[in-house]
Write a protein that binds this ligand. Structure first.
Ligand code: PMP
Length: 406
């Protein structure tokens, strides 16, 4: 094994274990990535030494917790190249961030007869909040179609953009097929018609750098647990001009400036959107994940993941009875496939017996599966800590699935 990858694997305690007596091969990284020891230690240290509520204490621990929490926000802002940390709102993750925008932006800017434009590649999290907004406001949900290879039809996109479109919401990378969407071009096209764009970045931040100013996106959502950080924390980047104009949607402590029984004025950004005690420990854990990604470096991550995608595609597509679903030219390290006459649950259960974790099902993209004429796939999603040897084991396991069903 490449000594660099061997060294990286040692940073992830969970990868050292055996499952069903076999070394774990973890290929479910699009669902959630594993956490390096430094992230685990950071969270433990917070609860061991610093645990305290933020923003409202003069005592030393409260000040230390506040400082650490705000430093995590600054790290996230730097990671995305946001112009200010006030443009980073901490939430529970992508789902909550999209709900926040669908509600708060929708409340202020969407009216009867307006249109919301999403794509056929979206995760349920980037469908249902918009659908609900459309019901509330009597607006219409429009969908950018895809080609059979899993790429968006950009000509159709251009035609769907109209004076009625209030927002475009598309994912950066499809969790189900791995397609990397041409979001910069799509943002430019929308902006030519003064339409803001939300990018669902749940899969976007673990494979390469993202620069929200260069992209010029209006909103970008993220989930820490998919970028080697903890569960239960994530957030929303939003351009200040939009966030200033949007009303808050949760009310209580932290988000206020002055409260009387007659009237309340709201706090400044980003606190206006962070009602209640935030998830301080996990925000700090996210900061540690960003530090970790910085140590590994995008060069290493991209080289290893590109190698795994190329090798995996070659090996898996050569297995009889297997068809890869999603063959876009620009793909992240995600391979979805179906097996002729074998249900994905059966295949996944057998593959698990070899200590190999793959995801099976519709990947929270039921409309996409319907468009592709299938009910689900088997998905292997690779991280930089995966190896060719693990892929060889997956290929053997798929061979065993074939043998058992012959
Ligand atoms: N969008 C995409 C593209 C995703 O992959 C996911 C997670 N599978 C989500 C949204 C939802 O993210 P979360 O569950 O972390 O809120």
């Amino acid at each position: 094994m490449n000594p660099l990858i061997e060294k990286i694997r040692a940073d992830f305690p969970i990868l050292q274990q055996t499952i069903h007596g076999k070394p774990l091969a973890y290929f479910d990284n699009a669902a959630t990535t594993q956490k390096p020891q430094s992230v685990i230690d950071t969270i433990t240290r917070f609860y061991t030494e610093e645990n305290s509520n933020v923003h409202r204490g003069v005592h030393r621990m409260s000040q230390a917790a506040t400082q650490a929490y705000e430093l995590a926000r600054q790290k996230m802002a730097d990671f995305l190249n946001a112009s200010s940390s006030a443009e980073i709102i901490f939430t529970r993750g992508t789902t909550e961030s999209i709900n926040l925008v669908a509600y708060c932006y929708g409340e202020a800017f969407v009216n009867e007869g307006d249109e919301i434009l999403i794509s056929a590649l979206e995760h349920h999290s980037d469908i249902v909040p918009w659908q609900q907004l459309c019901i509330r406001k009597k607006a219409t949900l429009k969908v950018i179609p895809i080609f059979d290879n899993g790429e968006l039809d950009l000509d159709a996109y251009k035609k769907l953009l109209s004076a009625k479109t209030r927002i475009v919401a598309v994912n950066h990378i499809s969790n189900a097929l791995g397609t990397i969407n041409p979001i910069k071009e799509m943002i430019q096209l929308a902006h030519e018609m003064n339409i803001p764009v939300l990018i669902d970045g749940a899969q976007g931040l673990s494979h390469g750098p993202v620069d929200v100013q260069d992209l010029d996106c209006d909103f970008y959502t993220f989930s820490a647990h998919k970028m080697y950080g903890p569960m239960g924390i994530g957030g929303l980047y939003g351009k200040r001009e939009w966030l200033e104009k949007m009303p808050p949607y949760q009310f209580g402590g932290e988000m206020i400036s002055k409260v009387t029984f007659e009237k309340t004025t709201f706090n400044e950004l980003p606190y206006k959107f962070e009602a209640g005690t935030p998830n301080v420990a996990d925000a700090i854990g996210l900061g540690a994940a960003i530090d970790y990604l910085g140590q590994v470096g995008w060069e290493t991550i991209r080289t290893q993941e590109a190698d795994l995608l190329a090798y995996g595609t070659q090996q898996i597509s050569a297995i009889k009875n297997v068809k890869i679903i999603g063959t876009a030219t620009q793909k992240a390290s995600i391979i979805s496939f179906v097996m002729n006459n074998i249900h994905f649950f059966d295949a996944g259960t057998i593959i698990d017996q070899f200590g190999i974790a793959v995801r099976t099902g519709n990947h929270c993209t039921q409309p996409l599966m319907e468009r592709l004429g299938i009910i689900g796939t088997i998905r292997a999603s690779f991280a930089f800590y995966n190896t060719r040897n693990e892929i060889d084991r997956l290929v053997d396991a798929i061979g065993k699935v074939n043998e058992l069903f012959e």
